[in-house]
Design a protein around this ligand. Structure first.
Ligand code: HQG
Length: 186
C-alpha cells in the first residue's frame, strides 16, 4: 500500500476509533457512519480534497490488516476503539487458544492483574502466533507471546467478542487463563 493510502488508513482510524467528534461524525451503536458522511468531512480538509469512494475501498482492500468494513453504505472499524461509550460487539465462542504479544516489561503486571483493555475499549487478542508476534513487536523488539486458554476461559464465563478474522476482543482476561509461551523471555 502506498504512503498516501497508509496516511488515509491512519486518518480513518483516528476518526472511527478515537475521535469522531473531531470530524463532526456521530457513530451509531455499532460504531458505523455513512460512507458519504466520512468522505464529505474528510474532503473539507485540504489533504483529502480529492478523496472518493474508490480511494477508500482501495485503502481497505490494500491494507495488510483487516481494519475496516463497508456494509450497507456504512463504514466501521472492526477493532481498536478508545472512544467513551463502549460499542457492543457480538460475543462468540473463541478458538481453543488465542495469543497476545506484549513487552517483557509488562508481563509481571499482566500475570498479576490479567489482561486489561488499558486505553482501548477491549483487550486485543490474536488468532495466531504470527499476528501476536507482529502486535508485540510494536511494543518491544523481543516481545513475549502470552498463550490464552480462550475456550476454557469462555466455558468458565469470560466473554470473548469477534473483531475480525485475526483479532478477538475481551473485556478482561484473568491471569489464570494466561501463560507466557514456553521458551519466551518471561
Ligand atoms: C498491555 C493494533 C500492564 C498490553 C494491533 C499492550 C492490535 C497491560 C498494552 C491492536 C495489562 C495496550 C491493539 C496489564 C494489558 N498491565 N499492561 N494488566 N494488560 N497490557 O496498543 O493489544 O495497527 O492498546 O499487553 O495490531 O498492543 O492499530 O493494545 O501491550 O490489533 O490496526 O497494554 O492495535 O492494530 O496496548 O494492540 P494497545 P495492543 P492497528
Amino acid at each position: 500500500m502506498n504512503e498516501r493510502l497508509t496516511q488515509l488508513s491512519k486518518t480513518v482510524s483516528h476518526a472511527l476509533r478515537h475521535a469522531p467528534w473531531a470530524y463532526e461524525l456521530e457513530l451509531d451503536e455499532s460504531g458505523a457512519v455513512p460512507v458519504d458522511e466520512l468522505i464529505d468531512t474528510l474532503r473539507q480538509r485540504q489533504r483529502w480534497a480529492d478523496l472518493d469512494a474508490a480511494m477508500l475501498s482501495e485503502m481497505i482492500a490494500g491494507s495488510p490488516k483487516q481494519r475496516f468494513v463497508i456494509e450497507n453504505g456504512k463504514i466501521c472499524a472492526f477493532y481498536g476503539h478508545s472512544l467513551p461509550g463502549k460499542l457492543s460487539k457480538a460475543s462468540a465462542e473463541p478458538p481453543d487458544i488465542l495469543y497476545h504479544g506484549t513487552s517483557p516489561q509488562l508481563v509481571t503486571h499482566i500475570m498479576a492483574k490479567g489482561l486489561l483493555p488499558m486505553r482501548r475499549q477491549y483487550v486485543h487478542l490474536s488468532a495466531d502466533r504470527e499476528t501476536a508476534q507482529m502486535v508485540g513487536s510494536r511494543k518491544a523488539s523481543g516481545p513475549v507471546i502470552l498463550v490464552v486458554r480462550a475456550r476454557q476461559a469462555h466455558a468458565a464465563g469470560v466473554p470473548f467478542y469477534v473483531g475480525n478474522e485475526k483479532v478477538w476482543l475481551a473485556d478482561w482476561v484473568p491471569p489464570e487463563w494466561l501463560a507466557p509461551e514456553p521458551g519466551g523471555r518471561a
